[in-house]
Design a protein around this ligand. Sequence first.
Ligand code: SAH
Length: 252
Amino acid sequence: MIHFVGAGSGGADLITVRGARLLGEADCVIYAGSLVNPDVLQYAREGCALHDSAGMTLEEVMAVMAENEKAGKTTVRLHTGDPSLYGAIREQMDRLDELGFAYDVTPGVSSFCGAAAALHAEYTLPEVSQSVIITRMAGRTPVTEGEQLRKMASHGCTMVLFLSTGLLEEVERELLAGGAYTSDTPAAIVYKATWPDERVFRCTVGTLAKTARDNHITKTALITIGGFLGTEYERSKLYDPTFSHGCREARE
Ligand code: SAH
């Protein structure tokens, strides 16, 4: 059996209870060493075989899994954050399907959730934004025409950019070209959200590149953009005393 497990965004105690249990039962753990906090491996049992996938190809990862399957061993494939986002999990699952090996997936706390926690922020504020666009700047991995950052930026909603910290001059240009944000629109760079050395830099769309440069942030960071980082919003209907809903009658 192969278990894909989301390790969470950094803090070792942010892995789910299920993820930690599966780690404790595994004969072998293949972990994404470039981003998974090594402290998470404390949940693996002694004698468990450890493989850092950072230096491995898909084929090599599959070979380790296949060998374990043939020996009747349990493998945990440990991905950073939640495996469904930029996790390269689909290509592994498709090969396991072809080989007829059973697997399941345990979600994890994605870094975009860790970043909101670090910012003490809520991405979806009434009258500010009710949508979150999770995307990236096109880099060596291209994005489709319809997902060009300037098009995404035309909505003016909350935006979280993964994998884009090295391209911030271009990010700024694209965000402004979308027409909905201005250079004064609030933004923040969250470095290593939920890790012990987490850092938060609040800035604006126009100062993203400079802020990263001044603080030597080049990777392991998320860029968040939008009015949710500002001060204006409306209170929720859900907890408004004058509003009735399925669980509560209006009081005034
Ligand atoms: N599956 C992961 C994302 C993997 S892609 C998740 O759900 O979080 C790797 C990118 O995620 C990094 O380049 C960075 O942009 C972002 N990232 C991952 N962990 C992070 C963290 N703790 N803090 C800030 N950004 C992080």
